[in-house]
Design a protein around this ligand. Structure first.
Ligand SMILES: Cc1cc2nc3c(=O)[nH]c(=O)nc-3n(C[C@H](O)[C@H](O)[C@H](O)COP(=O)(O)OP(=O)(O)OC[C@H]3O[C@@H](n4cnc5c(N)ncnc54)[C@H](O)[C@@H]3O)c2cc1C
Length: 370
C-alpha cells in the first residue's frame, strides 16, 4: 500500500487508502469529482514539496497530478510561431504561455528562459508543479508568480464547473492566494481547497536580459550591483547555483534537501513588535496594515539562528534543521512525521521564548496542525 512518505519531499506520512494518477485535465476533473461525489477526503499532490503530513493513515483519495509530455499552449495577438532557429520572434504584446497543472515547475521556467521570456527566471529550481505555484504564490530572490500569472483555470468543487480566475481575482499576497485561503466545505474533510488548479497561464515580456536584480545575494553571485541587469540564462544559472549550495533543490541522494523548503514564513510585524527586536535584525517594508500602520517583515531564518538553533540542530538524529539552511527542517533518512513536528515545535517555542514572535508554518499541513 502506498503512503504519503512515497509522494512528499519530506518523505514522511501515513498510508493512503486510494491513489489515482491524473495526467491531463479530464483525468484530474474525473478523479476529483468522483472522490467528492463519494464524500471521500481528497488530497491533490503535485510534487509533494510543500506538504507536512501526519503519520495517521489518509482515509481518502490522493490524486497525483503528473505531466504526460504535453507542451505549453502559446497565444498572442501577433504571430508567435517559432522561427527557423526554433525561437519565438519578438511580439508586440508579449507572449502568454499556458501549462497543464502537472508540468514540473522548473521545466516551465526552463522553457521561458530558453525562449527569452522574462519574469520567472529567479524562480528557477523550485521543486513541485505548475499547478501548485498560484496556491502559495511561489516566490524567491525578489520574484513571485503573482507578477507573471495572467489567469488560473480551476475546477470549482462546490459548483462542479470550471472557473477561471484572472490575476486580479487571485488574491495574491505573501505566500498566499484565494486558492490557499478558500477551504473545501463539502461533506468530507479535505486537505485540498475548493479550487483545483487545472492550468496556469503566464504573461511574459520578451528579451534576453532579465529585469533588474533586486536581491543582494543574487546580485553578488552575478557580480553586479543591485538594480543592474544580467542575461536571462545567467540569472537562471546563478539562482540554481545558490539554491544548490543551500540544498534548496530536491535531490534524492542529499538529506539536506529532504525538506518542505522554508518551514516557517517570514513574520510580518507591527512597528511596535519591530522596535522590540535587536537593532541588527533584518527589516523590510511590508506595506500597511488594516489601520494604515506601516508593517515590517523580518527574517524567520535570522530569528531561528539568534534563538540558538544552529544548522543541523535536532531533537533527535532522525529530524534536524538542514546543515545548510536553518529554515529547512529535514528528514535524515528514517524520520517519521512526529519527529518533524516535534522539531518544528521546539524551534517555534525557542523563537517565541527569545523574541515573543510566534512563527507560522508555511507548508500545508495534513492532520493535526503543529
Ligand atoms: C528544497 C525545497 C525548496 C523550496 N523552495 C521554495 C522557494 O524558494 N519558494 C517557494 O515559494 N516555495 C519553495 N518550496 C516549497 C514548494 O516547492 C512550493 O510551494 C511548490 O509550489 C509546491 O509544489 P508541489 O507541486 O510540490 O505542491 P504539493 O506539495 O504537492 O502541494 C502543496 C499544496 O498545494 C495543493 N495543490 C497541489 N497541486 C494543486 C493543484 N493542481 N490544484 C490545487 N491545489 C494543489 C496541495 O493539495 C497542497 O495543499 C520549496 C520546497 C522544497 C522541498
Amino acid at each position: 500500500m502506498a503512503s504519503l512518505a512515497d509522494f512528499t519531499t519530506l518523505r514522511v506520512g501515513g498510508q493512503i487508502d486510494e491513489t489515482r494518477v491524473a495526467r491531463n485535465e479530464e483525468e484530474l476533473i474525473a478523479a476529483v469529482s468522483e472522490a467528492d461525489a463519494a464524500g471521500r477526503p481528497l488530497l491533490v499532490i503535485g510534487g509533494g514539496s510543500n506538504l507536512v503530513p501526519d503519520d495517521a493513515p489518509f482515509a481518502g483519495t490522493v490524486v497525483l497530478v503528473e505531466a504526460d509530455g504535453q507542451g505549453p499552449t502559446l497565444s498572442d495577438s501577433c504571430d508567435i510561431s517559432p522561427n527557423s532557429e526554433g525561437k519565438l520572434p519578438p511580439s508586440c504584446g508579449g507572449v502568454t504561455v499556458e501549462h497543464f497543472a502537472g508540468v514540473r515547475w522548473d521545466d516551465a521556467v526552463r522553457f521561458a528562459v530558453e525562449n527569452e521570456l522574462l519574469g520567472t527566471e529567479c524562480l528557477s529550481g523550485i521543486p513541485g508543479t505548475v499547478g501548485a505555484t498560484p496556491v502559495q504564490n511561489v516566490g524567491a530572490y525578489g520574484q513571485d508568480v503573482s507578477t507573471t500569472i495572467s489567469r488560473v483555470r480551476t475546477w470549482d468543487r462546490h459548483e462542479n464547473r470550471i472557473r477561471t480566475f484572472f490575476a486580479s481575482d487571485c488574491g495574491f499576497g505573501y505566500r498566499a492566494s484565494v486558492f490557499k485561503r478558500t477551504p473545501y466545505e463539502g461533506q468530507a474533510k479535505s486537505a485540498t481547497g475548493r479550487y483545483v488548479v487545472l492550468s496556469v497561464q503566464f504573461q511574459h515580456t520578451q528579451g534576453d536580459m532579465a529585469k533588474a536584480v533586486v536581491y543582494p545575494e543574487l546580485a553578488q553571485e552575478l557580480g553586479i550591483e543591485v538594480g543592474e541587469r544580467a542575461p536571462l540564462q545567467r540569472v537562471r544559472e546563478a539562482v540554481l547555483a545558490i539554491r544548490t549550495r543551500k540544498a534548496m533543490v530536491s535531490l534524492e541522494e542529499e538529506h539536506d534537501t529532504w525538506s518542505a523548503g522554508s518551514f516557517f514564513t517570514n513574520p510580518i510585524l507591527t512597528a511596535e513588535q519591530s522596535r522590540a527586536l535587536p537593532l541588527e535584525a533584518p527589516r523590510f517594508a511590508a506595506g500597511n496594515g488594516a489601520n494604515g500602520e506601516e508593517l515590517v517583515k523580518t527574517s524567520a531564518a535570522w530569528l531561528i539562528a539568534r534563538a540558538g538553533f544552529a544548522p543541523g540542530y535536532g531533537v533527535n538524529e532522525r529530524a534536524t534543521l538542514s546543515t545548510r539552511h536553518t529554515l529547512a527542517l529535514t528528514n535524515r533518512g528514517n524520520a517519521n512525521a512526529a519527529d518533524i513536528r516535534e522539531l518544528a515545535r521546539a524551534v517555534r517555542a525557542g523563537v517565541e521564548e527569545k523574541f515573543g514572535i510566534r512563527l507560522d508554518v508555511e507548508p500545508v499541513q495534513i492532520g493535526e496542525p503543529i
